[in-house]
Design a protein around this ligand. Sequence first.
Ligand code: GRF
Length: 203
Amino acid sequence: LDLGVLISGRGSNLQAILDAIAAGKLDARVRLVISNRPGAPGLRRAEEAGAPTAVISHKDHPDRASFDAALVTALQQAGVTWVVLAGFMRIVTSVLLDAFPGRVINIHPSLLPAFPGVSAQGQALAHGVRITGCTVHLVDAGTDTGPILAQAAVPVLPDDTEERLSARILAREHELLVHVLSAIAAEKFAVRPSATPSGPSRV
Ligand code: GRF
């Protein structure tokens, strides 16, 4: 598995991937880590693990399509075959999705389709749900809408804060993401592009 990992910040999910590879638990290589934000802490994590990094700022591009085209060029030059959105805070377009059809995954901190978008953990608390969790899904043109590959449930405890709940979910995110990537590496997910452009589906 030749991975490209897109990040915007902390990079703890990236770290989980790097650690799993280093531990021999995941048969993959991180060919490139791209951050849209210079100075994202995740970039240092990549450097420390010897993974190539690039900063491609959305601010240097006039629109989403040209930003995505720059991502695609860098990912293809690095030999990436699968793309992981790991805390990447940009909406991707068909420019990226069509370059990697059915091969872009995202990790999201809720049990989708509940609580898409930002602050999923805060949304869960605000709704008073007793169980939330995390989801790894194939990315399509919507926001957190693509076909679900795997989920893990996490309890909401009495008097939870958003911070405590987020930390509890994050620990499961790390496991789930590595689990899914291992399954992809073992070709346990057969993924085909769907009839609609930019719309992958699980088979
Ligand atoms: C995670 O909660 C992930 O689910 C969400 O953004 C956060 C990224 O955390 N999409 P990190 O940068 O991987 O530490």
